[in-house]
Design a protein around this ligand. Structure first.
Ligand code: TYD
Ligand code: MG
Length: 468
C-alpha cells in the first residue's frame, strides 16, 4: 500500500478539491467532502510513461452470432434488462436502502440456479445464515445457488477465478467492497470505483454477467451508485414509496436494450411477486368520482399503463400558495398552472395546489399534461370529470394540445379496462378501440369541466369576496 498523497473528494459527485470545505463547489452538496488517499497516476505521468504494447485494430464486420442472453426466469426483471443478462456485461441495481434490492437479486439468481444455471451470490452486508433465512422465506432453499460472504475484492476475485466462471455473479453491495490496493476506507468513492472496476474487468474477461447492488445515499457519507454508473453497461433503479407495496424496476441506462422499460413487482411476505397487469394495480379500486381525479393513459416503455392523477386546489391560508407534488415534476406543474392561467383564464395560481399520482408511481411523460390539467380544472371548478374517461396529451406553452406517441396502445389498454371515453389531442391518428373519442385542440376547451372560471378566480384571489 503506497500512500502517495491525499485529496479531498466529494462522495456525492466525485469532484475533487485541493482542500476540505463544508460545501462541494461542483454539486452543491453539504458535508460530502472526505479526505481520500489517491493512488499514483496510472502510467506514472508523461515523464515516466512506460512503453505500451501495440493492439490490433479491427473493422466492424463480424461473423460471430450475438452472445446468448441469460434470462433469469423472472419475466418483469428480464423485460427491463432487455431480454436477459448479456454474458460479460455489468449491470448495476440501485435504490434506497430497504427497498428490496437484495430480495430481487436473490430471487432472480435463485430462479436462474433452479433452472440449471451457475449463479453466485456474494453478500457483503448479510451473514450467510441471514441470506439462507431470506431464501427460505421465499421458498428458494432448494435452489443450487452458490453463496459467499465477503467484502474484499481480491478475495472475491480469487474465489471466482478458482473455478469455472459463473453465468451470473451478484455482489451485494458495492458500498461494502474494499481493495487492499488503496488505503481509503470502504464506501468512499475511490474504493467503490476501484473495486467495481476490478469486478467489471473480471466479468469482461470471463464472460460472467455481473450484477452490482448499490444503495442510493442521501447524506453522501458513502459513495452512491452514481459513482459507478459510467463503468457498467446497464443501470436499473428500484423504486417505490414507503407505505406502498409495489416496486418499480426502471432501466435508466442500457447498452443492450431500451431504457424506458419498467418491471412492476409487489412486495409480499414471500418476496417480490411479479405484477403482470400494472394498470389494474395503479388504478386501484376507484369508488367515487370525486372532483380532481383524472385517469391518465400512460406508457412505460413498450407497455401502456393507466394511472389516476389526483389534484386538490384549495384556498391559500398563508401568504405564499403551497405546491406539493408526489410522483410528478414540480416544474411541469408550475408550467401547466401558468398555461391554464394565460390561455384559459383559469387563475389557480393564487391557490394551494396538491398533486398526487395514485399508488406511488412516478410519471415522467409529458403526455400526462392533459390529465393533470383536467384534474386541476376539475378540482378548481368543484365538478367531477365524466366517468369512465381517460386523458392523454402534451400541453405546449401556447396552450395547444400536442399529439403523443403510441395513442393506439393507450386507447386499447383503456378499452381493456372498461373505459368508455377518451380525451385526446386533436389530430391523433389512431383506432378508437371502441372508445368515444373527444379531440382537444387547446387548454381553453378544458373549461367545460369548470363553470364560471373567472368568478372562481376572483373568489380565490379575494378570499371569499365573491361567492359563485
Ligand atoms: P431488502 O431486499 O433487504 O432491501 P435492500 O437490499 O434494498 O436494502 O428488502 C428489505 C425489505 O423487504 C424489508 O423491509 C422487508 C421486506 N421484505 C418483505 O416484505 N418480504 C420478503 O419476503 C422479504 C425477503 C423482504
Ligand atoms: Mg440489501
Amino acid at each position: 500500500m503506497v500512500k502517495s498523497s491525499t485529496s479531498y473528494v466529494c462522495q456525492s459527485c466525485g469532484a475533487s478539491a485541493p482542500k476540505w470545505s463544508g460545501k462541494c463547489e461542483a454539486c452543491g452538496g453539504w458535508n460530502t467532502i472526505v479526505e481520500e488517499g489517491i493512488a499514483p497516476p496510472l502510467g506514472g505521468g508523461a515523464s515516466r510513461r512506460v512503453k505500451g504494447r501495440k493492439i490490433s485494430l479491427e473493422d466492424l464486420k463480424t461473423e460471430d452470432a450475438p452472445p446468448k442472453r441469460r434470462p433469469t426466469g423472472i419475466a418483469e426483471f428480464d423485460r427491463v434488462t432487455g431480454g436477459g443478462l448479456v454474458p460479460g456485461s455489468a449491470l448495476l441495481v440501485g435504490g434506497d436502502p430497504g427497498i428490496g434490492k437484495s430480495t430481487i437479486i436473490l430471487q432472480a439468481l435463485g430462479k436462474y440456479a433452479q433452472a440449471g444455471g451457475h449463479a453466485v451470490y456474494i453478500s457483503g452486508e448479510e451473514a450467510m445464515a441471514q441470506v439462507r433465512m431470506r431464501a427460505a422465506r421465499m421458498g428458494l432453499s432448494d435452489a443450487p445457488l452458490m453463496l459467499g460472504a465477503a467484502t474484499n475484492v481480491e478475495d472475491i476475485l480469487a474465489t471466482l477465478e478458482s473455478g469455472k466462471p459463473p453465468d451470473i455473479v451478484a455482489i451485494d453491495s458495492i458500498q461494502t467492497l474494499w481493495t487492499g490496493a488503496l488505503d481509503a476506507a470502504p464506501g468512499t468513492i475511490a474504493q467503490v470505483r476501484t473495486a467495481s472496476f476490478d469486478l467489471v474487468r473480471y466479468a469482461k474477461a470471463s464472460g460472467a454477467a455481473l450484477l452490482l447492488v448499490g444503495h442510493v445515499t442521501k447524506d453522501g457519507q458513502i459513495a452512491g451508485p452514481k459513482a459507478v454508473e459510467h463503468l457498467v453497461d446497464a443501470v436499473l433503479y428500484f423504486e417505490g414509496e414507503r407505505g406502498h407495496h409495489f416496486r418499480v424496476l426502471r432501466a435508466v441506462k442500457n447498452r443492450f436494450g431500451a431504457t424506458d422499460e419498467i418491471g412492476v413487482f409487489e412486495m409480499t411476505g414471500k418476496g417480490l411477486a411479479e405484477v403482470a397487469n400494472p394498470s389494474a394495480l395503479f388504478l386501484g379500486d376507484r369508488k367515487s368520482a370525486a372532483p380532481g381525479t383524472a385517469v391518465f393513459a400512460g406508457l412505460e416503455g413498450t407497455r401502456p399503463l393507466l394511472c389516476e392523477i389526483q389534484a386538490l386546489v384549495s384556498a391559500t391560508t398563508y401568504g405564499t400558495p403551497r405546491r406539493a407534488v408526489v410522483g410528478w415534476d414540480t416544474g411541469r406543474l408550475a408550467m401547466i398552472l401558468a398555461v391554464l392561467d394565460a390561455r384559459a383564464g383559469v387563475g389557480i395560481g393564487a391557490s394551494d395546489v396538491y398533486l398526487n399520482v395514485a399508488g406511488g408511481l412516478k410519471i415522467g411523460e409529458p403526455a400526462a399534461d392533459l390529465a393533470v390539467a383536467a384534474a386541476l380544472v376539475s378540482s378548481f371548478g368543484g365538478e367531477a370529470l365524466p366517468r369512465d374517461t381517460v386523458f392523454f396529451g402534451e400541453i405546449s406553452l401556447s396552450g395547444d394540445i400536442r399529439p403523443v406517441p403510441q395513442a393506439e396502445s393507450r386507447l386499447k389498454e383503456a378499452a381493456k379496462l372498461g373505459f368508455k371515453n377518451a380525451f385526446i389531442p386533436a389530430g391523433t391518428k389512431a383506432d378508437a378501440a371502441g372508445l368515444a373519442l373527444t379531440e382537444i385542440t387547446s387548454v381553453a376547451e378544458l373549461l367545460r369541466f369548470a363553470p364560471e372560471p373567472t368568478l372562481r378566480r376572483e373568489k380565490t384571489l379575494g378570499r371569499g369576496k365573491v361567492e359563485s
